[in-house]
Design a protein. Structure first.
Length: 300
């Protein structure tokens, strides 16, 4: 089965295989890629907001020649109380072979993958749990830039506690032998992750890093104020030009976006020559084509 629940379910050779297929899709033109899965059905279930992941999956699906359906929470029968399980069984009955799902509920996809004989499930960001395609596109971007992942020092900085991006990246980076470190405000630490990566001060984390991955402050998930004003956050934990100058000359900037310009990263650094942010977005299409191909081929 071609489910993709999180990066810790994938072996290094499976991830390498996805990166190689992403390279292949990148090199092909649209006429060639459209011959891959014409007339095959995929559904995108986005029950939380998204711009990049939703559109890049849709671009990837259309490039592969697939027939694409979109299901939103407000307009689906989940609003009438239909369970997620019954929704997936329904899609299966209708011939949908893969379901790309963004959902707030932690653990729901793993549970559904265990129960459902239905479509291949692809996690497009699940609550505070995992965001595997984001991590795969982040690693793909680093691999293209540096030529390897083993030994790379990656500082993951910011709202660690609420970040599914941090979690999925951590598992994948560790699997490849990279050396991730964590940093950010004390109130946003997650001690459960610190056996996998050390927690450093912001200055120490970025000083030796090869890549600095800034995380969005997830204002929508904060139930209490975990930091003061935006200005205060920027002053203590924001990536500014001054801090960039204290980093090594080869160090690159990553951010999954959307960005809070002027909070965790200054606006001028988003488009800086050392920023990979828009390259990450472009790479998301090739990586998601590879993930969709894996789903359609039953995990091979
Ligand atoms: N990086 C990311 O998941 O962005 P969206 O929430 O816009 O999909």
């Amino acid at each position: 089965k071609g489910h993709l629940i999180d990066t810790d379910h994938l072996s290094v050779s499976e991830m390498e295989g996805l990166f190689e297929r992403a390279d292949t899709w990148r090199s092909r033109n649209r006429t060639e890629t459209a011959r891959a899965y014409p007339g095959r059905f995929v559904a995108n279930l986005f029950f939380e907001p998204s711009t990049r992941t939703r559109i890049s999956f849709e671009v990837a699906e259309r490039r592969l020649g697939m027939e694409v359906f979109r299901l939103d929470q407000e307009t689906s029968s989940t609003e009438k109380g239909e369970s997620f399980y019954d929704t997936l069984r329904t899609l299966d009955s209708l011939g949908v072979e893969a379901a790309v799902i963004r959902h707030a509920g932690g653990g729901l996809l793993a549970e559904m993958a265990g129960r459902s004989p239905g479509p291949a499930l692809i996690n497009a960001g699940e609550g505070e749990g995992g965001h595997p395609t984001q991590a795969l596109l982040d690693l793909y971007t680093l691999r293209r830039h540096f030529g390897h992942l083993s030994g790379l020092r990656v500082a993951i900085v910011g709202d660690i506690r609420h970040s599914r991006v941090a979690r999925s990246n951590l598992w994948a980076l560790k699997a490849f032998g990279a050396r991730p470190v964590l940093s950010g405000p004390e109130s946003m630490r997650d001690p459960r992750l610190e056996s996998a990566a050390p927690y450093l001060s912001f200055a120490d984390a970025i000083r030796e890093a090869d890549a600095v991955m800034m995380l969005r402050v997830q204002l929508e998930r904060h139930r209490e104020s975990l930091f003061g004003s935006a200005e205060e956050y920027r002053a203590r934990y924001g990536l500014t030009k001054d801090r960039l100058e204290r980093m090594r000359p080869h160090t690159v900037i990553l951010h999954p976006a959307p960005v809070n310009r002027g909070v965790e990263i200054d606006g001028e650094l988003v488009e800086h020559p050392r920023s990979k942010i828009f390259e990450q977005m472009e790479n998301g299409v090739w990586v998601r084509m590879a993930v969709l191909e894996r789903a359609m081929e039953g995990g091979v």
